[in-house]
Design a protein around this ligand. Structure first.
Ligand SMILES: Cc1cc2nc3c(=O)[nH]c(=O)nc-3n(C[C@H](O)[C@H](O)[C@H](O)COP(=O)(O)OP(=O)(O)OC[C@H]3O[C@@H](n4cnc5c(N)ncnc54)[C@H](O)[C@@H]3O)c2cc1C
Length: 328
């Protein structure tokens, strides 16, 4: 930073803005963070990290780099803040049909899959064709992480709750606005997707994250489980719907059972741009941007924040895969 430069302004305190703020703080880079306090998808997210995802039972994009960075970032911060937000949990991946199970089993000897396999010798719950236990999973309590972050920087006098008008020029700001920064296509055509989640109370003995039946179930303690999710591309708002609720009830019945009570129902918008992968770079106005964390913000935010801080502080340009380039 040149002596005349004002502190950096981080706009948005979701997972992206929070992780970047910690990177700057640890490097003694002067900054302020501003968030409009209205929410964002990080407040809604289940915070789940599942190393092998999707119908194709495929390791998450570049997980070998991002997973260790994320785990050490959250656990180091827990110690610093005397708080608890990273909860490691084994994952139980369930196959609904013989065909799906054959596909999953067929990946067990793949080099990129082996490090995440815990056991294929685990009882298959009723209603499923197969089950495999994975390691490396977990849940970030995103709400607790962001609250601890907000409190810390508020006490430091560098966190404000306020809307920042991005149409006004600013010399050095970083836009970490999540879906709000993508929805009117100011960074190019977005592919944001709305998702809904139920929290339920049940007497299920499950201590794994369960993935299957087109959804997931995450135990969060005290007899509570978060269950999701839906994908909706047309109605991009943060309202929970009856249709979303019915869809997640179906998933809950398959993954947990029929005996539960819904205690909460929320909706949010996943910030997705072009590919379903996070991006850093500059927009046409010259502002830095950190966005497009998609449906895996907990996994990618710490590593991307580190890369962006290296770029800004030391001019270390990341690989092209990570760089946002304006399309218009
Ligand atoms: C239903 C659902 C389930 C999900 N489940 C998971 C999961 O299990 N695991 C996982 O890793 N990810 C999950 N995600 C994805 C995760 O939520 C996102 O990847 C991540 O939260 C995005 O973080 P962000 O900081 O980019 O955006 P946000 O969390 O949206 O944060 C942006 C912040 O910036 C503020 N802001 C924007 N513009 C301005 C402005 N001009 N001035 C001031 N403030 C501003 C917003 O209000 C907001 O607080 C889920 C998402 C949804 C919707």
């Amino acid at each position: 930073m040149t002596p005349s430069q004002q502190p950096w302004l981080i706009v948005g305190q979701g997972l992206a803005g929070s992780c970047l703020a910690w990177e700057f703080f640890h490097r003694s880079i002067p900054f302020e963070i501003v968030d409009n306090g209205s929410g964002g998808s990080s407040r809604v997210a289940a915070g789940m990290v599942n190393p092998i995802t999707g119908k194709n039972f495929q390791p998450s994009w570049r997980i070998k780099e991002f997973h260790p960075q994320a785990v050490s970032f959250y656990t180091d911060l827990e110690l610093k803040l005397d708080a608890s937000f990273w909860h490691p949990l084994p994952v139980l991946r369930l196959a609904s049909s013989e065909k799906e199970w054959k596909k999953i089993e067929g990946k067990f000897d793949k080099l990129e899959v082996i490090p995440w396999l815990q056991s294929s010798n685990i009882p298959t719950p009723p209603g499923f064709a197969g089950a495999v236990e994975l390691k490396g999973g977990g849940r970030l309590d995103t709400f607790a992480f962001m609250e601890a972050t907000r409190r810390f920087f508020t006490n430091y006098g560098i966190h404000r709750i306020s809307h920042h008008d991005t149409s006004q020029p600013h010399t050095n700001r970083i836009l970490c606005e999540g879906a709000l920064g993508l929805l009117n296509d100011q960074l190019g055509s977005h592919r944001c997707a709305k998702g809904e989640i139920l929290t339920v109370r049940a007497n299920w003995p499950e201590t794994h994250i369960r993935i299957g039946a087109g959804g997931w179930l995450v135990p969060i303690g005290d007899g509570l489980f978060r269950i999701g999710s839906t994908y909706e591309w047309d109605q991009l708002d943060e309202s929970s719907t009856d249709a979303g609720r019915e869809r997640i009830i179906e998933i809950a019945e398959k993954l947990g059972g029929r005996d539960f009570k819904i205690t909460d129902h929320v909706a949010g918008i996943r910030p997705i741009l072009r590919r379903s992968e996070p991006l850093i770079g500059k927009n046409t106005a010259g502002d830095w941007i950190f966005n497009a964390l998609g449906s895996k913000g907990s996994l990618y935010a710490p590593g991307m924040a580190r890369m962006l801080a290296d770029w800004i502080e030391k001019d270390i340009r990341p690989e092209e895969d990570f760089i946002f380039t304006p399309t218009r």
